[in-house]
Design a protein around this ligand. Structure first.
Ligand code: AMP
Ligand code: ZN
Length: 472
């Protein structure tokens, strides 16, 4: 199996430390708001990775953290406290906010058919562990206390700093021009423990050897990953935005504390989903902080199935930017509608094979394995499924068994009937149209039919029991 390693910027043969067991750590959500579909694209890519590893016979020890500590809105140490901002917005405590959005995120994962990680540690349950790691860094001479009392990591003392991001000393110096925290010795230094925060009193605070306060963002991942996966492990994932700061700092902390190099063998990063509301404009980065985000629930309310979005992501490689078109009236995506149609047709083809199973076809499984094992080439893997369906030399029973095996990676539930849930307003129109028809008010019935069809996603028909609506 080959994967692209951000550390070397090359596709490499995957060789885990242990030939059977793989340690996989994925940076989890910050639970101050719903995940947007950009975040979810990253978790979908990680799910393809986990399923591919399992398909290839590995046992995956999968860890994903839940960031529920009030760290800051940007990678910079200055900014707003995300959890506090969420709590103020919704007039709830930070703890309530964290619990609500954690559950919402785990629900999104289930809807998208994402396998749940074996471990989902919360940052707030592991503060002691983080304090221990900071103490170790202090012992190793890599920290200093700033004039404000905060504990900083001295990045000039860590030789390999910036290796992952391929930052050279020149670039690091260039950062000085925008530097704002006067307590830092070097522009790339970052806070390990805050005792002084410009955001006023935090609800989430803990005692520490440096005073009452809260941890910096990056320390939770280096501390918690080692707790579950040991001092060195195989794969660490995230979105590309994490390369220059978050993951760079995680490495400095982990390697600085334990002296192990490399701490993680393979780093994998997913490209961004960008929103293109207006076809003439460049795609805009979707981000929670910018408030321009689309949620999975919004797509569901508009009549899409979460697996349509999974299919949409499957059609492009995880290292390519994915553009999500979005109509100006915020109700439709041509791309997603295309994915829905394709998924529906594909499922129908699989259902048409009947339910008698045969034997798994080794040639097609080989082709499929080669695709997924080539740095998760999912579009190619999907093409193999279509090729198999069109191959007249293979029996339906064998096709079904082979596709079921492939679907253990695709996660599209291809052998299950698609049950369509209609959005409430469409249901209301169906009721009104049936009433109009009962009263033989044909003009009104036609008018409602047009309204349903004008939404662009539904076809309205007269069935035996009254109005029937099916997706386009
Ligand atoms: P957050 O909850 O902001 O910490 O982000 C969760 C995950 O989503 C991280 O791995 C980010 O790198 C990733 N991410 C953030 N924005 C996007 C985006 N627009 N497209 C894809 N992944 C993203
Ligand atoms: Zn992380």
């Amino acid at each position: 199996m080959k994967i692209f390693n951000t550390l070397t910027r090359q596709k490499e043969e995957f060789e885990p430390n242990d030939p059977l067991n793989v340690g996989l750590y994925c940076c989890g959500p910050t639970v101050y708001n719903y995940a947007h579909i950009g975040n979810l694209r990253t978790y979908i890519f990680q799910d393809f990775l986990r399923r591919t590893l399992e398909f290839n016979g590995y046992v995956v020890n999968h860890v994903m953290n839940i960031t529920d500590v009030g760290h800051l809105t940007s990678d910079e140490d200055a900014g707003e406290d995300k959890m506090k901002k969420g709590a103020e917005r919704e007039k709830k405590t930070v703890w309530e906010i964290a619990e609500h959005y954690t559950q919402a995120f785990l629900g999104d994962m289930d809807k998208l058919n994402l396998l749940q990680p074996k471990w989902k540690p919360k940052a707030t349950d592991n503060i002691e562990l983080m304090i221990e790691q900071i103490k170790q860094l202090e012992k190793n001479g890599l920290t200093y206390v700033g004039g404000n009392g905060n504990v900083y990591y001295d990045t000039s003392k860590f030789e390999n700093y910036g290796e992952l991001a391929q930052l050279d000393k020149q670039e690091l110096r260039a950062g000085e021009r925008v530097e704002i925290d006067k307590n830092k010795k070097n522009p790339s230094d970052f806070v390990l423990w805050f005792v002084d925060s410009k955001h006023g009193d935090q609800d989430m605070q803990w005692d520490s050897p440096w005073g009452r306060g809260f941890p910096g963002w990056h320390i939770e991942c280096s501390a918690m990953s080692m707790k579950y996966l040991g001092k060195q492990f195989d794969i660490h994932c995230g979105g590309i935005d994490h390369i220059p700061v978050h993951h760079t700092n995680e490495i400095a902390q982990a390697e600085g504390a334990c002296g192990c190099h490399p701490w993680v063998q393979y780093w994998m990063h997913g490209e961004f989903l960008v929103l293109k509301a207006d076809k003439t404009k460049e795609g805009a980065k979707m981000s929670k902080s910018a408030d321009n985000f689309l949620t999975l629930n919004l797509l569901i309310r508009l009549g899409y199935d979460p697996l349509d979005y999974r299919y949409y992501c499957l059609q492009s490689h995880y290292r390519k930017e994915l553009v999500f078109d979005w109509s100006n009236n915020r109700s439709e995506s041509e791309g997603l509608t295309g994915a829905r149609i394709a998924r529906k047709r594909l499922t129908q083809k699989v259902l048409n094979l009947g339910n008698k199973e045969g034997t798994i076809n080794p040639q097609y499984i080989d082709k499929f394995t080669n695709a997924i094992s080539d740095d998760l080439n999912m579009p190619q893997a999907l093409a193999v499924v279509y090729e198999l369906l069109d191959d007249v030399s293979i029996s339906d029973a064998d096709k079904l068994s082979t596709i079921k095996k492939m679907d253990s990676v695709l996660g599209l539930n291809l052998d299950e009937e698609i049950i369509i849930e209609l959005p409430p307003e469409i249901v209301q129109w169906i009721i009104e149209r049936n009433e109009a028809r009962d009263k033989k008010d044909w003009a009104k019935a036609d008018e409602i039919r047009d309204k349903i069809q004008e939404s662009g996603k539904w076809i309205c028909k007269d069935g035996v029991g009254g109005t029937e609506v099916v997706p386009k």
